[in-house]
Design a protein around this ligand. Structure first.
Ligand code: SF4
Length: 226
């Protein structure tokens, strides 16, 4: 980290997210200045470097049981980002998000709103599988979420769709029910964010497919607008 950055951090206090951003700027070859938003020249390359850098992360207990770290997949210049809760069994095996039965349904949901997987970016709140697909614990989310904030900061999508209660609660920093979070847009760091059902929930609750479809239509209307 260069001296100008060190001086800035010593003035502002030690802030983990800021430090990470400066590291990112350095990785991108950008040095000696500070602005809140920058255009990262090659987002794909930076995301690949970061995935390599973090793949052996041991910041929380999920590192003890995972097979693979699942960073994210998709278009680094995506205008829309989907954020789930955590990798499932197949995702853990393959190191790719949304590839199991829920992933197949997710692909269909995308197609239904005329989107392809290659157009969007997909990731999770935690990057390692919680055993037996339990919800990630608060300390696991707290340990992992800086990686997600960093991904959002790099990609800067216009819209974010949080899939499921855990993703919604983690991003909105609340403990609201899924039902009360649905059906509206929130401002998340100047990005439009909405919450809908996780595809794995839709596999077991067919009655939620109709409201999920309403959510997806709302998402597409906003996506086309911004
Ligand atoms: S879940 Fe996140 S914080 Fe925990 S070990 Fe995996 S990458 Fe690290």
């Amino acid at each position: 980290m260069n001296n100008q950055v060190k001086r800035y951090l010593s003035k502002t206090g030690n802030n983990e997210i800021l430090e990470r951003r400066f590291e990112l700027l350095e990785l991108s070859g950008i040095k000696n200045f500070f602005i809140d938003r920058v255009e990262i020249p090659d987002k794909g390359e930076i995301l690949s470097k970061l995935a390599l850098k973090y793949k052996d992360c041991k910041k929380c207990g999920l590192s003890n049981t995972r097979h693979n770290f699942v960073y994210g997949q998709g278009n680094p210049d995506a205008d829309i980002m989907f954020i789930g809760e955590g990798p499932g069994e197949q995702e853990d095996r393959q190191g790719i998000p949304f590839v199991g039965a829920a992933g197949q349904l997710f692909n269909k949901m995308l197609k239904a709103i005329s989107l392809e997987r290659e157009e969007v970016y997909i990731t999770n709140i935690v990057k390692c599988r919680p055993p037996k697909n339990r919800n990630p614990l608060p300390d696991e989310i707290e340990s992992c979420i800086p990686y997600l904030y960093e991904q959002i900061w790099i990609i800067r999508p216009k819209t974010i769709c949080a899939l499921g209660k855990v993703a919604g609660n983690s991003l909105l920093n609340n403990n609201d029910t899924l039902g009360s979070m649905r059906g509206k847009f929130y401002n998340f760091q100047d990005i439009k964010l909405m919450v809908t059902y996780h595809p794995s929930a839709l596999l077991y609750h067919i009655e939620w497919k109709r409201p999920a479809w309403e959510d997806l239509k709302m998402l597409m209307r906003e996506y086309r607008k911004v």
